[in-house]
Write a protein that binds this ligand. Sequence first.
Ligand code: PNW
Length: 489
Amino acid sequence: HAAVVKQSGRSFPKDFLFGTATASYQIEGAYNEDGKGENIWDRLTHQDPSPIRDHSNGDIAADSYHKVERDVEMMRELGLDAYRFSLSWSRILPTGFSDQINPAGVDYYNRLINEMLKYNIEPLVTLYHWDLPQPLQDLGGFANPLIGQWFEDYARVVYHHFGDRVKRFITFNEPREICFEGYGSTTKAPAINATGIAEYICAKNLVTAHANAYYLYNNEFKASQGGQVGITISINWFGAKTDSAEDEAAAELKRQAEWGLYAEPIFSSEGGFPKELVQRVGEKSAQQGFPRSRMPEFTDEEREYVRGASDFFGVNHYTGSDISATENLGQHPVPSMLDDINVGSSTPAEWAPSASVWLKLSPDSIYKTFTYLKNRFGDWEFYITENGWSTEGGLDDDGRTLYYRTALESVLDAMDAGVNIKGYMAWSLMDNFEWMEGYIERFGLYEVDFEDPDRKRTPRQSAFVYKKIIKDRTIDHDYVPADNVMTID
Ligand code: PNW
C-alpha cells in the first residue's frame, strides 16, 4: 500500500534539468531501413523470439525513426528542459567499424537534435544503450579488449557529427546490464551466460572503453565543443536487513558486485575494482581450482587511466532491497557472481508492487543511494538519468504518479543533504519495447498504441502531473489534472 508522501513545499533550482529518457532499440523501429546494420537485439529477437515474453521485437517499436516531430511535440507538451536518447551504433556505422558512415542515420539524429534545439530542449546523448553491431559481437563484443578501440572510433564519429550541438554525452547505459545480464546470464542480449567469468572480463573492458571515449573528447573535442562526457550506472539501494555485522558485510559485498564493479574504477579516489569483492572472487576462484582469479586485474597504469575519467556521474535508479547474509540465499550456478557473493535479498511487504517483478516503491532509496555515493566517491555532479514505474497499460496511472512524487521528494532530501544532483530524467517519455518483457510492461508517460499502424501516442494522467511539477518547480501532492487535454504552453 501507499508510501508516506511528504508535503514539503520545497522547490527545485531554476537550472535543474527535468527531462525524460528513451533508448534507440526500444523506440526507433526501422530496423533495416536506409542502410542500418544488424545489431545484437535484431539478432536475438529474429533468431528465436521465445526469450521475449510476448515473442515481439523492436522491428517497428514506437516507430520513432519516422516521428521526429511528434516526439519533440510531446517534449514540448511536457515542458521538458532536456531529453535523453541513445544513438543506434549500427544505424550510424552499419558494420560497427568507422570506415563506412551511413548518412541517413546521421541525418535522423541531426533532425531530432535540431528539432529539439528549436525549442530549447537540451539533448543528453547516450552513445550505447545495449544495441551492439552484430559484426562486433561476432568478434567477442565486450569480451574482446579491442572493444575499447572500436568504441573510441565510433565515439569520434559521434563527437564529430553531433558535438557542435550536443553538450552532454553518456558513453554507456548501465554496465551491469551490459556485462552481468548480457555476458554473465541470459537475461539480455547477447545472452552469453559465461557465469562468473565473462561479466568480470566485460567490466574491465567496458570501463576502459569508457575512459578511451572520455580522453578522446578531452584531447580532441573539448576545446572547441566545450561539453562533458560521463557514464550512467544502474544503482539500486542495497541496505543491510538488520544491523548485524554479517548483514552489513553482505550488503557491502552486494553493492560492490552490482554496481561498485563499474563505479569504483572510475569514481573512487583509489581506482580499480572494489577490494572486498576482489578478495572474495580471488578466494573462490582458488577453491574452485582456477590457477588465477576469474576477475581480471588492472595494472597500475590501467588503474590510473580509468580513475577519474568522467565529468559527471549518471545514475539510473529504480528501487531498493534489504540484504541478508543468511536469508533467501537462493541457488546459483558455480561459478557465478551471485555464488561469489552468496547473499540474499528481500523487500518489505508494504512496498507497492509495479508490473515488473524487480520494481517496488522504495520510499527513501534515492536519498539513501545518493548520500552514500557522495560519501564514498566524493562530490561529483550527479544526474538521475532514469527513474520510473511500470504498469500493464491504461491512461489512469495513479501508481506512477505516486512513484514520481515520492521519488522527487527523495531527490530534494538528497539535495538538502548537500548532494549535487543536477537533473532528473523520467523513464520513459513513451511506452516502448521493454526488452525481455516485450510490450507487456509499460513505462511511458505517454501510452503508445502498438496495434495502431500510426503508433498513436496519448498522455497518461502522470504526464499531466509531471508537466505541472516541471512548470512549478515544486511538487503539489494534491494536484489532480482537470481534463485530459494536452497543450503546449
Ligand atoms: C533500465 N533493476 O534497465 C534500462 O536502462 C531501460 O532500457 C529499461 O527499459 C528500464 O530500465 C526499465 O526496465 C534496468 O534491476 C534494468 O533495478 C533493471 C534494473 C534497473 C534498470
